[in-house]
Design a protein. Structure first.
Length: 466
């Protein structure tokens, strides 16, 4: 059993602290936001993350997990201190903002009175381990206090973060002190995952390179989707066919509205920024970002090609969160899509199973004209009198809707499936004008008056599923 502190109770910190407690360690989670800590003490989680609440509850009850805003209390006898504060994109729209990591390091230094290993979980620019060391060193209350710094990047997906923590593909540890890295490795031994120990810079780079590669896979398949759409192929089946090749793999080849969330957008930006700053020209990373941006815009292109002007139209939006099983709205495609359609004079009716609150805040912050946005409590209300329905997040509940009822309640039966969760032939059977992402609909006429819409139904033959 080790004594552990985790600084930052966001997605990464709360999951890390809770899972480490569940493995038998004594964990204190620290956050600067008092309200968050007060609510956590009452068992109210600041985030929606499946499975997390019961693990928190179990470990609080077992007295292995506690919450505080007080660094002094948290660091007493602590052997391992994880930094898991946020590292958003900085003011220059590229580099990661290290302000919070530095402030956490300062706070740690001011309270530390014994040897501890400080482990950085936040995604930080290559070389940041040195910055953390420097900040701690400069702020220690006594010069004889020793400490080590280890980088241990997180690979947790929101929505499955608890399972990802408990079943990692690998644990990466970086340090200039192999003994310190070895001590952290022992924390993870019971997970029976490969543990890679390397130097600090390489560990920090592994995180960026992994996220950038996954983002590249997504932009690659989205570019292929564009080509499929024009040439008449179905990208969903193309991805299946590609995925059988073990060298390629099926994961992260879902074409759609592109990537959002708290990591991929900021990490690809930050990696490109680091490369630019180093005098390089990271063309691939820039292309990945450009494709990702354009992908969201294709929804608007599809809407205008089918409806003509969007002025005075009503667009139903199913899903707000950047992906299912989370209420996280950071860099969610829904924000751009809603901003663009409302700017063109449409009003929107929206529904998300868990992200209404966070969605409202995010849309407000993005400067969306909120009078044009109605929040509904069911997908069926969203469809009512709508001129088009757009699937933005592939929540499971959207896969089993009564589509006949939905189609019947709409003003015009246009369905834009931004996540390819339906089959064209099924939707056309219900009378929808269906448009997926990259699913061979190139020959569609450009603007469709309402009365002519039926001419498009059943236009394409059904493709057999692999
Ligand atoms: C994390 C990582 O740390 C980030 O680098 C990674 O790339 C993505 O995941 P995340 O857990 O998603 O960030 O951040 P967030 O949910 O915003 O939580 C950060 C928490 O740290 C917040 O609760 C915030 O209040 C807290 N915090 C921030 C502190 O306790 N101290 C600070 O100085 C700053
Ligand atoms: C990501 C990393 O996967 C994880 O290791 C960690 O570094 C944090 O960042 P997360 O952002 O929670 O996790 O979600 P992820 O499941 O990776 O999806 C990211 C985005 O890519 C989502 O917007 C998702 O909709 C999109 N995506 C994913 C696709 O568009 N197509 C795919 O095939 C897969």
């Amino acid at each position: 059993m080790a004594i552990v502190s985790v600084i930052g109770t966001g997605y990464v910190g709360l999951v890390t602290g809770t899972c480490l407690a569940d493995m038998g360690n004594q964990v204190t989670c620290v956050d600067i936001v008092e309200e968050k800590i007060e609510r956590l003490k009452q068992g109210i989680l600041p985030i929606y993350e499946p499975g997390l609440e019961e693990v928190v509850e179990r470990n609080v009850r077992a007295k292995r997990l506690r919450f505080t805003t007080n660094y002094h209390e948290a660091l007493e006898q602590c052997e391992f201190i994880f930094i898991a504060v946020n590292t958003p994109t900085g003011a220059n729209q590229g580099s990661a903002d290290m302000r919070y990591v530095e402030s956490a390091a300062r706070n740690i230094a001011q309270e530390l009175d014994h040897y501890a290993i400080i482990i950085n979980k936040s995604t930080v620019p290559v070389g940041s381990g040195d910055i953390v060391s420097r900040v701690i060193y400069d702020n220690l209350k006594r010069s004889d206090i020793r400490f080590s710094v280890v980088s241990n990047p997180e690979f947790l997906r929101e929505g499955s973060a608890v399972l990802d923590f408990q079943n990692p593909d690998r644990v990466v540890l970086g340090s200039s002190e192999p003994e310190a890295a070895g001590a952290v490795a022992r924390l993870y031994l019971s997970l029976r995952a490969p543990i890679m120990i390397t130097d600090l810079y390489t560990a920090e780079m592994i995180k960026y390179a992994s996220n950038a590669f996954l983002a590249t896979k997504i932009s690659f398949i989205n570019e292929i989707a564009q080509i499929c759409e024009r040439l008449g192929a179905d990208v969903k089946e193309v991805a299946v066919g590609m995925g059988y090749d073990k060298r390629i793999g099926r994961a992260f080849l879902d074409a759609g509205l592109g990537y959002g969330g708290s990591c991929f957008p900021k990490d690809v930006r930050a990696l490109a920024y680091m490369a630019d700053e180093a005098g390089l020209h990271p063309q691939l990373l820039h292309a990945v970002m450009d494709i990702n941006h354009d992908q969201r815009h294709h929804v608007i292109d599809k809407l205008t090609s089918l409806l003509g002007t969007l002025r005075n139209s009503t667009i139903g939006i199913l899903g707000l969160a950047f992906k299912p099983n989370t209420d996280d709205m950071r860099e969610a495609p829904a924000i751009d899509i809603i901003r663009w359609v409302t700017t063109q004079g449409a009003s929107v009716q929206v529904y998300d199973p868990v992200a209404s609150e966070t969605g409202r805040e995010a849309l407000n912050l993005a400067g969306v004209y909120m009078d044009a946005v109605t929040f509904n409590t069911t997908p069926y209300e969203v469809a009512q009198n709508a001129d088009a329905l757009v699937i933005v997040t592939e929540w499971n509940e959207f896969k089993s809707l009564n589509m006949q009822q939905i189609r019947n309640s709409m003003h015009r039966p246009v369905l834009i499936d931004g996540r390819n969760i339906y089959e064209a032939s099924d939707m056309e059977h219900y009378g929808f004008i269906y448009r997926g992402m990259g699913r061979g609909t190139a020959a569609a006429p450009s603007i469709l008056p309402p009365e002519d819409i039926s001419s498009l139904v059943n236009r394409r033959p059904t493709l057999s599923l692999v």
